[in-house]
Design a protein around this ligand. Structure first.
Ligand code: SAM
Length: 255
């Protein structure tokens, strides 16, 4: 089944796709008449469809049935120290694709980068573009960059709050979020704090602890800020989405 993001997936009968949607379907995905499709719009509404015909660059699809709405993003809030150059652009794009819900750029004590004017607009534009590209239901929320202490206050107090720290004594993130871990509601919200190139300062770690954050690690290697942010996001999203999928009825066949 080929997934296509369309303006409105609620129609019935046949639907002529826009030039851009048709281009994606025929040139990028190389779809041919008879192929099964899943149409999804930006409100998360979904329909099973079949590519009926191609007329002069425009694809016409036949809607077969409405499917259950796509789930919203996993409640994963990433507090990430702004890395050097424009590396946060990639973190915004990839954490949106992976399925995080919110990203707060952070200015930590050892941060070397102050985001320039226009950065917030750029990050929000990337989040919008990514939503269209990956078919998520709502855009990743990107906040204004704030100092670390302020970022901690933005964390949902009901979330599992975790500070990424390459300390060999710290428990592993995946272990802490596993269904077996005591004190963590499987599938509940998670907040992840990722430090700058020079790491968190001791007093930042203490402040985070006092706000309910538990230091956790990813592995034995020291990862770059952007790698740590994405690895942690993927682990947290998987820990949330896994239990959610287990509760869903099987998908209709589409046909
Ligand atoms: N020397 C620094 C330190 O010891 O914290 C390394 C900082 S690392 C380049 C940047 C950030 O990525 C860290 O502050 C942490 O949040 C995260 N990070 C990198 N590797 C990690 C690991 N193995 N486990 C947990 N977090 C990690």
């Amino acid at each position: 089944v080929i997934r296509v993001v369309v303006e409105d997936a609620t129609g019935a009968g046949t639907l002529e796709l826009t030039v851009k949607e048709s281009h994606y379907l025929t040139q990028v995905r190389r779809a041919t008449p008879g192929d099964r499709l899943e149409l999804r719009d930006l409100s998360g509404r979904r329909a099973a469809a079949v590519l009926e015909s191609l007329r002069g660059g425009s694809a016409v699809v036949r809607i077969v049935e409405r499917l259950p709405d796509a789930p919203g993003p996993a409640p994963v809030h990433l507090l990430v120290a702004v890395p050097k150059r424009s590396l946060l652009d990639g973190v915004v794009r990839a954490s949106s694709e992976i399925g995080a819900s919110r990203l707060t750029p952070v200015l930590a004590g050892r941060s070397v980068m102050l985001p320039g004017a226009g950065r917030l607009e750029r990050w929000r534009r990337i989040a919008e573009e990514s939503m269209r590209q990956c078919g998520r239901r709502v855009p990743l929320v990107v906040d204004q960059a704030v100092p670390f202490a302020q970022a901690l206050e933005l964390a949902d107090p009901r979330s599992k709050r975790l500070l990424l720290h390459p300390d060999p004594e710290a428990p592993f993130l995946a272990e802490v979020l596993s269904a077996r871990a005591s004190g963590h509601r499987a599938g509940g919200p998670v907040t992840l704090a990722v430090g700058p190139e020079g790491g968190f300062e001791e007093d930042e770690i203490e402040l985070a602890r006092s706000r309910g954050f538990l230091p956790v690690r990813l592995g034995d290697n020291i990862l770059r800020v952007e790698t740590a942010a994405l690895a942690a996001t993927a682990i947290a999203v998987a820990a949330i989405v896994g239990p959610r999928l287990a509760e869903l009825p099987p998908e209709p066949s589409g046909g």
